[in-house]
Ligand binder design. Structure first.
Ligand code: GLY
Length: 366
């Protein structure tokens, strides 16, 4: 495919915008069709870059996640230089306290994935104020975070606009029209028909509404609190990743707490049970939180796949590429997804890693 190709991206969330910027930087003409950017999973998440804390088993998924984590520093710096905005990337490390001591206190590691077991005294030295039930925990110094809601998305939107990507917000793609020779010919929307040389699906949890691919919503409820003004310094300067709960401090005193994981389809809204679980789990882990003023509650939908891996690369149609199903790792995987998919659609470069994420791995499911 030629660099000058015209591309339509269906979906204007974090993955769509990351890819739009990458394709435009490489010379393509890019249009993003976005139904409602406020719904995007990238705006809902806490922004952890946590392949180690998430305990992703070794294999292609961990390789993909580690490659993306390694891209983050340069990727965010480039976006910040282009726009003059801040993404909130913070290589602060992640501390994972536990309530039961594991039998084995070493993890498989490489130079890029160091991890350290800390006994209770040591973990309290590193992070004062942890709950009484904490018996120790893991320290993952290479895991990090980015301020996805207030920093990264805005930076990507601005970069895309300044580069000349056409972003149409508030448009619904109703149908992807295909021909018998395995090509997409056009997309029908509530604002008319759009055509391009190549189409890329970046529709997150809603992907199954347009194509027969196994991507399902997995709801998450979240909230934030703020460190009171009378604190002289930030009490948390690293992410806490506990059992079913994470506590993500931002540099300006906001603390994001997440998240439930609910197979309830697209059922919107907060629930008393969801909020109660978040608050009690967070307070058990880091009790002082119970005194911090609440800022906000919200919810959203992760795009889940049957094996929890994303779907990346070719589809059954020659000119339709897929970049969906990032589940719990969309923020982390944005830079590597943009890089690998741009290599594929513009240069037909198939990285050996991409092979593991093809959609046809699910063929027996259909
Ligand atoms: N990445 C964490 C979550 O999806 O809750």
């Amino acid at each position: 495919m030629k660099q000058q190709s015209e591309m339509i991206l269906i979906g204007g969330g974090l993955i769509g915008l990351s890819l739009a910027v990458e394709l435009k930087l490489r010379g393509a003409t890019v249009t993003v069709l976005s139904r409602n950017q406020q719904e995007a999973a990238g705006l809902v998440a806490a922004g952890m870059l946590a392949p180690q804390a998430e305990q992703i088993p070794s294999g292609p998924m961990l390789d993909l996640c580690l490659r993306s984590r390694a891209l983050y520093n340069d990727w965010t710096r480039k976006l910040e230089e282009m726009t003059g905005l801040e993404t909130g990337y913070w290589p602060c490390g992640i501390l994972a306290p536990v309530y039961e001591r594991p039998d084995c206190t070493t993890l498989p590691q490489t130079p890029e994935t160091p991890s350290y077991w800390l006994e209770r005294d040591a973990i309290l030295h590193q992070q004062p104020g942890l709950g009484n039930d904490v018996v120790g925990g893991w320290w993952f110094p290479q895991d990090a975070q980015v301020d996805n809601r207030r920093g990264l998305i805005k930076t990507l939107q601005t970069a895309a606009q300044e580069l000349g990507v056409t972003i149409i917000e508030g448009i619904t793609v109703e149908k992807i029209v295909t021909s018998p020779d395995q090509k997409v010919t056009e997309v029908q929307t509530n604002q008319g028909i759009f055509r391009a040389d190549h189409y890329i699906l970046t529709t997150g949890a809603w992907s199954g509404e347009l194509l027969s691919i196994p991507v399902y919503p997995r709801k998450g409820q979240m909230l934030s609190v703020r460190v009171p003004d009378d604190f002289k310094s930030l009490p948390l300067q690293q992410v806490l990743f506990g059992s079913n709960i994470y506590i993500v401090p931002r540099r300006d005193g906001l603390i994001v707490i997440g998240a439930t994981s609910e197979p309830v389809g697209f059922t919107t809204g907060l629930t008393p049970q969801g909020v109660e679980t978040l608050l009690s789990d967070a307070i058990r882990l880091y009790p002082i939180l119970k005194e911090f003023p609440i800022q906000e509650f919200w919810w959203g939908f992760r795009p889940e796949t049957p094996d929890l891996f994303p779907i990346l690369g070719p589809s059954s149609w020659d000119n339709l590429t897929l970049a969906v199903g990032h589940y719990r790792n969309g923020i982390l995987l944005a830079p590597v997804t943009a890089q690998l998919i741009a290599n594929w659609v513009l240069n037909a470069q198939t990285d050996p890693l991409l092979h593991h994420f093809r959609s046809d791995r699910f063929q027996t499911l259909r």
